[in-house]
Design a protein around this ligand. Structure first.
Ligand code: NAP
Length: 277
């Protein structure tokens, strides 16, 4: 009998996670299957109970359930608690435990391309949603030099920084302030959904003041190069799309479930094939 894994989301038909994880199971000769489950918000509680009753070993959680699922889990890992969102659940002794692998996934992906140590960088995060929270807390945990958050809704950025237990220095600015002072940042990360298909021309902030030595990351991977990244590249900056984060958050989830580190270059190939990149 196969061990069952999956992902809960709404919509979910576009998800690339089943191909990526099923290939990793095959690669590791595991008798397991990963399935995408379309679950509406109204049925989320029933779905979690059903997953437990069926003995599902683990699952991912995606939009719009990452925060809503938390009350239905038996335990939440401390990092996921401070982030306020769960993207990975594991069955441990009959109990569902929630984790968040987005932040570590992002940082692991970033380290593949970044030559400078995190401690030497002034970082700007654009956005204050779930992904921004995961990335902010993980960058602080990993000793980033300094970190500023800008967001359309400034109060949400303030809440993000205030929620951090060790927040000493809270730097929150408006989007127009970020544009004006952009030359001071070495690492600029777009965590908003602006620029995602179908609205691919949109940019979260203007990049006129970006310095050529900056590293610019956009966590969107569809399209693989957003207008934001294209503009940054044209200004001489090094760029990274959302694919490394996606691969590494998946790899971390796979390791939490199975104890095995999957082959991330193989995962990348599968995802690129699926995205046609
Ligand atoms: P979320 O919690 O809904 O946050 C959305 C963010 O985008 C907020 O900061 C929001 O600002 C901002 N935003 C949305 N529309 C805007 C607009 N028209 N103008 C200005 N700001 C706008 O979403 P999330 O879960 O953090 O996800 C954000 C993006 O990251 C999505 O594109 C998602 O696909 C991507 N993502 C990628 C990965 C990966 O593995 N690569 C993982 C997770 C997420 P307000 O606060 O003002 O509303």
């Amino acid at each position: 009998m196969k061990d069952l894994y999956g992902v809960l989301g709404d919509p979910i038909a576009h998800s690339i996670s089943p191909e990526m994880h099923n290939d990793a199971f095959r690669d590791n000769k595991m008798n397991a299957h990963y399935h995408a489950f379309q679950v509406s918000s109204e049925r989320l509680a029933d779905a979690v109970k059903g997953m437990n009753a069926l003995g599902v070993r683990g699952f991912n959680v995606t939009i719009p359930h990452k925060t809503a699922i938390m009350p239905y889990l038996d335990r939440i890992d401390p990092l996921a608690k401070v982030i306020g969102a769960v993207n990975t659940v594991k069955l441990e002794d009959g109990l569902f435990v929630g984790y968040n692998t987005d932040g570590r996934g992002f940082v692991n992906g970033l380290k593949e391309s970044l030559s400078a140590p995190l401690s030497s960088l002034n970082c700007l995060i654009i956005g204050a949603g779930g992904a921004a929270r995961a990335i902010y807390y993980t960058l602080v945990e990993q000793g980033i030099g300094s970190i500023t958050v800008c967001n359309r809704t400034v109060e949400k950025a303030e809440k993000l920084t205030e929620d951090h237990p060790d927040a000493e220095e809270r730097r929150v600015i408006r989007l127009d302030e970020a544009e004006k002072g952009l030359q001071q940042y070495d690492l600029v990360i777009n965590t908003t959904s602006i620029g995602m298909k179908p609205d691919t021309e949109a940019m979260p902030i203007a990049l006129d003041k970006l310095k050529a030595s900056a590293f610019v990351s956009d966590i969107i991977y569809n399209p693989l190069e957003t207008t934001f990244l294209k503009t940054a590249r044209q200004k001489g900056a090094a760029i990274q799309n959302g694919l490394p984060m996606f691969i590494h958050q998946g790899a971390q989830a796979f390791e939490i479930w199975t104890g095995i580190k999957p082959d991330t270059s193989r995962m990348k190939r599968i995802v690129l094939e699926k995205l046609g990149g």
